[in-house]
Write a protein that binds this ligand. Structure first.
Ligand SMILES: C[S@@+](CC[C@H](N)C(=O)[O-])C[C@H]1O[C@@H](n2cnc3c(N)ncnc32)[C@H](O)[C@@H]1O
Length: 260
């Protein structure tokens, strides 16, 4: 197997913190594997595979799976944790393959590929054999709205420039249209709320911001970071803090499409 890809420019990922405090992301991907329904011997590409937890689950079903991710730290962690599997560093918006896949799978990654979603869909289509499946879940419109609204307000209150949020959270109609225009037949599309307990985030919303929006903190003066994040927590608490702890306001878009 050979993949060609452009050099990605991506958010830095803390693979260790991702697995220890945000393991829910891949754990919640299990139903997506059921939807993928990988068969023994099938060639499957896990796009934006992260540390490879779901890549390994797919491999355990007997499929021949490759994980592709733009983050060298995530790929390194994936290779250490799953030494028998193949992981490559690549940009989902600029890769090509030499041997087609039966399916492309992607969990919690497409919304990070915000620069050119159509390029991602084009690459996926080109990577698939005729009739190949594209099965994925991403953040949908309104995903983490209370979290991001608290961030934007806190940034404004501290007189900081409005941060450019790095995600793309499409509506179901918008993404279905992209898939259809990109040469796919949409067989299933679900759009649903998934309130998610941040059980391993003692710092609450601030921990989420550090993990998923850490790059936005780069432009913040170091002395301001802690008070800014405390303010994010204060602002987000009415919507997201329950007696049992913090609950993030995730909204997901899950689909299964077939290369037309
Ligand atoms: C939230 S993680 C999800 C990881 C994994 N799929 C899971 O379920 O745990 C998102 C992943 O998408 C990757 N990613 C973001 N943009 C990418 C791009 N343009 N090309 C390849 N990978 C990308 C990130 O490096 C990160 O590992």
């Amino acid at each position: 197997m050979a993949l060609r890809y452009d050099t990605p420019s991506l958010t830095r990922w803390n693979a260790r913190a991702y697995d220890s405090s945000f393991g829910y992301v891949s754990a919640q991907g299990e139903p997506l594997i059921e939807l993928l329904d990988p068969c023994p011997g099938e060639r499957i590409l896990d796009l934006g595979c992260g540390t490879g937890v779901l890549t390994a689950e797919i491999a355990a079903r007997g499929a021949v799976v490759t994980g592709l991710d733009g983050s060298p730290t995530m790929v390194e962690a994936a290779r250490v944790q799953h030494p028998g599997l193949t992981f490559v560093i690549g940009d989902a918006a600029g890769f090509s393959v030499t041997e087609p896949y039966d399916a492309v799978f992607s969990n919690a990654a497409l919304h990070w590929m915000a620069r050119d979603p159509d390029a991602v869909i084009r690459c996926v289509r080109a990577a698939l054999a005729p009739g190949g499946r594209f099965v994925a879940e991403l953040g949908g419109a309104g995903n983490c709205a209370a979290l991001t609204s608290a961030m934007l307000t806190a940034w404004r209150e501290y007189g900081l420039p409005e941060p450019e949020l790095p995600w793309y959270f499409p509506t179901p109609a918008e993404y279905a249209l992209r898939l259809e225009k990109g040469g796919f037949t949409v067989r299933l599309l679900e759009y649903f709320d998934r309130p998610t307990p941040l059980d391993d985030c003692p710092g609450g919303a601030a921990d989420w911001v550090r993990m998923f929006a850490g790059s936005l903190l780069d432009g913040v003066p170091p002395a301001v970071v802690e008070p800014l994040l405390r303010r994010v927590n204060e602002l987000a608490a009415p919507a997201l803090r329950r007696e049992s702890g913090w609950v993030a306001d995730y909204v997901r878009l899950r689909f299964a499409a077939v290369r037309a």
